[in-house]
Design a protein. Structure first.
Ligand code: ADP
Ligand code: MG
Length: 452
C-alpha cells in the first residue's frame, strides 16, 4: 500500500519535497482504518505533520476507498517504532483532535504531557530564574513553600514547559501520586459535563484528591462565574490539606478582569513568579540546546543571527530554527547567515510603493508584459505572476482589495483575496517561494526609494 501511496505522492509533490520528506518512510497498517507512517527523524515527522498530512491522507483514502487515521511517528535506532518525542503519542489521533470527548474524571496520564517539557531541557536565564527555582522547589517538595505557585508571563515564554516539568518530575519521583495537569478549558469542560451528567460528586472527588493540581492558562477563567465558584472550593479544599496548586497565566491575578475578588486574593497568597522575555544570550542558549537535542550542527554565527531576529516569543524562535533546518536540507546550500536570512525575514520591512512599480517589477522578474498582468490570460506563468503581483501590492500599499482589483484591469476583490491567501500559504510552506518573494520585495523597496 505505502509504495502505491508514494508513487502517487511523487506526482503531487515537488521533487525536493518528496526526496527530503518522504523518501525513507515506511508504513504499517494496524487495522482497517489506522495507518502508522514511520519517518526517519523528528524533523521529517513534524514537517509532514504540519504541511502534508492532508495530502497523504487524501491519497491513502483514495487508494483504500475509505477513511483512515494516519499516525506519524519516528523510527528509532533499533528500528522499533516508538512514541515520537514531540508530545503526540499513539493514543492521540493525528487528525483534528478537539479533545472534548474525553471522559471526564479520567486520570490524566503522563503521555498527555509533552515529553520535551522537562527541567533538563529548560534553559535558565535572568529572565526566568525565579520562576524556574520556584518550580523546581515545588516539584521537589510540593505543598511546602510556595502555595499556590502562580507563574505569569507573555505567550511562548515557557510557562507550560515549567508546569509540565513539575508534573514530569513528580511522576518520576512518585509514580502513584495524583498529579493533575489540565488547562482551564479542560477543567471547565469537565465541570460542564459533570453538571450535565449529574455527577458533581465524582467531579469534586476527582479534583479534590489531587496531590498536585496544575492548571494552565487560568486567565481563561475570567468571566466564567460558575467555574470560578467551583474552582474556589477546589482551591480551598486542596490548600487546606496542604496540597500543591500551580497556576499559569499570561498576566498577574489583579489584571485578570472579571475575576472574583476572593479568587484574586487566593491566587496571590503564595508566590507570583513572572517570566520576562529572554535576553540574547539566553535565546542563543535555547537554540543551541534545541539543536543539540535534534542532532543539528549550527555555526555560532547562525545561532546568533536567528536569536537576534526573534526576541519576544520562544515558540517563534524554535519555529525559525525548524524552518532554517528544513530549508537547508531541501536546498542543499551550506548553513550560513547569508543563505538563511531571506527565509527568516519573509516580511522584510516593506516600503510603501506605487502600484506601477510593483507591477513592472513583477513583470520584469517573470518576463511577462504589464498588459498580460493586467489582462485576463489564464496561462500558467501569467496567472502565477499576477497572483504574486497582487500579493505584493497588498503588502506594499494600503490599497483595499477592490482597489487592488482595479489595478489589475478590474478584477473582483475575491480574486485578489484568493491570490493573497494562496501566496501566503505557499510562502509559509515553501522556503523557495519565501525567498523569491523576499527578493521581489527588496527590488520594489529599492525601486521606490530611488524614485522618491
Ligand atoms: P507559554 O506556555 O508560556 O506560552 P511554552 O511553555 O509553551 O510557553 O513555551 C513555548 C516553547 O518555547 C516551548 O516549545 C518550550 O519548550 C520553549 N521554551 C520556553 N522557554 C524555554 C526555556 N527557558 N528553555 C528552553 N525552551 C523553552
Ligand atoms: Mg502555555
Amino acid at each position: 500500500l505505502w509504495i502505491q501511496v508514494l508513487e502517487r505522492l511523487q506526482f503531487q509533490l515537488s521533487r525536493p519535497t518528496f526526496e527530503t520528506w518522504l523518501k525513507g518512510t515506511t508504513a504499517q497498517q494496524l487495522d482497517q482504518n489506522c495507518l502508522v507512517v514511520c519517518t526517519p527523524n523528528p524533523f521529517a515527522r513534524n514537517w509532514l505533520q504540519k504541511y502534508y498530512i492532508k495530502t497523504i491522507t487524501d491519497v491513502v483514502q483514495e487508494i483504500l476507498g475509505q477513511s483512515v487515521d494516519i499516525y506519524l511517528t519516528v523510527i528509532t535506532d533499533n528500528d522499533n517504532t516508538t512514541i515520537s518525542d514531540t508530545g503526540i503519542s499513539w493514543s492521540v489521533p493525528v487528525a483534528a483532535n478537539p479533545d472534548t470527548e474525553r471522559p471526564s474524571h479520567q486520570l490524566p496520564k503522563p503521555t498527555e504531557l509533552n515529553q520535551k517539557y522537562v527541567f533538563s531541557r529548560f534553559v535558565v536565564g535572568s529572565n526566568n530564574r525565579m520562576a524556574h527555582a520556584a518550580a523546581l522547589a515545588v516539584a521537589e517538595s510540593p505543598g511546602r513553600e510556595f502555595n499556590p505557585l502562580f507563574l505569569c508571563g507573555g505567550v511562548g515564554l515557557g510557562k507550560t514547559h515549567l508546569m509540565q516539568a513539575i508534573a514530569h518530575f513528580r511522576w518520576e519521583n512518585s509514580p502513584n501520586s495524583k498529579i493533575f495537569y489540565v488547562s482551564t478549558e479542560h477543567f471547565t469542560n469537565d465541570l460542564i459535563a459533570a453538571i450535565r451528567k449529574d455527577s458533581m460528586q465524582s467531579f469534586r472527588e476527582h479534583y479534590r484528591a489531587a496531590e498536585v493540581l496544575l492548571i494552565d492558562d487560568i486567565q481563561f477563567i475570567e468571566g466564567k462565574e460558575y467555574t470560578q465558584e467551583e474552582f474556589f472550593h477546589t482551591f480551598n479544599t486542596l490548600h487546606e490539606a496542604g496540597k500543591q496548586i500551580v497556576l499559569a497565566s499570561d498576566r498577574p491575578p489583579h489584571q485578570i478582569s472579571r475575576l472574583q475578588e476572593r479568587l484574586c486574593s487566593r491566587f496571590s497568597m503564595g508566590l507570583i513568579a513572572d517570566i520576562q522575555p529572554p535576553d540574547l544570550e539566553t535565546r542563543m542558549a535555547i537554540l543551541q540546546k534545541k539543536a543539540e537535542y535534534e542532532n543539528i550542527r549550527l555555526p555560532r554565527s547562525v545561532v546568533e543571527y536567528i536569536a537576534t531576529q526573534y526576541k519576544s516569543n520562544i515558540r517563534e524562535l524554535e519555529g525559525a530554527l525548524i524552518r532554517v533546518v528544513a530549508y537547508i536540507s531541501i536546498s542543499g546550500v551550506p548553513m550560513s547567515v547569508e543563505n538563511i536570512a531571506p527565509i527568516l525575514n519573509p516580511r522584510t520591512p516593506t516600503v510603501q510603493a506605487a502600484p506601477e512599480i510593483i507591477v513592472t517589477t513583477v513583470a520584469d522578474a517573470f518576463n511577462v508584459s504589464v498588459e498580460d498582468l493586467k489582462g485576463n490570460s489564464r496561462r500558467r506563468e501569467i496567472s502565477w505572476s499576477r497572483q504574486i503581483a497582487m500579493y505584493l501590492m497588498r503588502q506594499h500599499t494600503d490599497l483595499s482589495l477592490p482597489r487592488i482589483g482595479e489595478e489589475f484591469g478590474g478584477k473582483d476583490h475575491t480574486t485578489v483575496m484568493y491570490s493573497c491567501d494562496k501566496i501566503t500559504q505557499l510562502r509559509e510552506r515553501d522556503p523557495s517561494v519565501a525567498q523569491k518573494l523576499s527578493q521581489l520585495s527588496d527590488r520594489i523597496n529599492l525601486a521606490s526609494q530611488t524614485q522618491s
